[in-house]
Design a protein around this ligand. Sequence first.
Ligand SMILES: Nc1ncnc2c1ncn2[C@@H]1O[C@H](COP(=O)(O)OP(=O)(O)OP(=O)(O)O)[C@@H](O)[C@H]1O
Ligand SMILES: [Mg+2]
Length: 297
Amino acid sequence: MAKNIFFLGKGGVGKSTSSALTALHLSQQGFNTRLVSMDPAHNQSDIFNQKFSEKFAKINENLAVKEVEINKWVQTYLKDMQSQVKRTYSYLTAFNLESYLDILKFSPGIEEYALLLAYQAIRNEEANADYIIFDMPPTALTLKFLTLPDISLTWLENLLKLRLKILEKKEIISRVKLGKKEIETDKIKRKLLQQIETYRQLQKIFRDPNQTLLNLVLNTDKLSFSESQLIVNNLKAYDMRISNIFLNKYYEGFDIKPIRQQYADYGFQILPQSDTPLLGVPKLSAYLMQIDSFISF
Ligand SMILES: Nc1ncnc2c1ncn2[C@@H]1O[C@H](COP(=O)(O)OP(=O)(O)OP(=O)(O)O)[C@@H](O)[C@H]1O
Ligand SMILES: [Mg+2]
């Protein structure tokens, strides 16, 4: 299974640049690497000087890049939900589902569900790669994305309890024995159990540093420093842990001691401020040649 590396941090700190540099570095080391932009405001096309789309485009023998089209995934999510509702809750067909779905397009929370769907598809399709690097949106949306399995599980587990109560009250037998196997006959309970299983798996993946590395990018300024602390604490509350700190736009003379002390338990990568814009493969490669060492994953 490919290792997933997420780059997160405050707006403008260099998540996209750090993702691109890491992807290029890993590909040059011979690792089969994918770089995926998950930010609705994509940056990778500008960084690589190449128009990207939903389809992976090759940069070199070991690296391919794509940009997730969030609107396409919102549509996929809504269609999927529509067919699930039709199948599982067939007594609701009297409702005009289409009109509800039209409104849902703009409902809060839909973007992170769409991103999670895109993530699952990429993770499965690119399972044979060595690394999949995800260039994430700024803090708010990324935190919603990473905590979505937990939030969804809280909902689903309560819905399941309610469903069990209903089944009990109605004295409906929801499981029948077929040989040695027990088969769930209540469609709604079955669907809830399936969804719970999916989100438990995602929760496990996000919490497991052998499968998921969360790289936090920050700069030398106070604002990015305090937002980083907020990210660390928020993730901690959901049992997720930052693996590596990327101190980007570092300049000679800046005292890194306090940051290193604060993040003593984390991997640490320094990326110096470049005098020229880091745009295009030749510039990115030249920059990589200049830096002393690159963290291994
Ligand atoms: N090490 C660096 N040296 C010089 N310029 C840099 C460096 N890293 C990033 N930049 C520049 O800083 C700006 C922001 O970088 P980037 O787009 O990578 O940040 P981001 O965190 O992805 O931003 P957003 O939150 O908007 O997606 C860009 O103009 C980029 O070229
Ligand atoms: Mg970006």
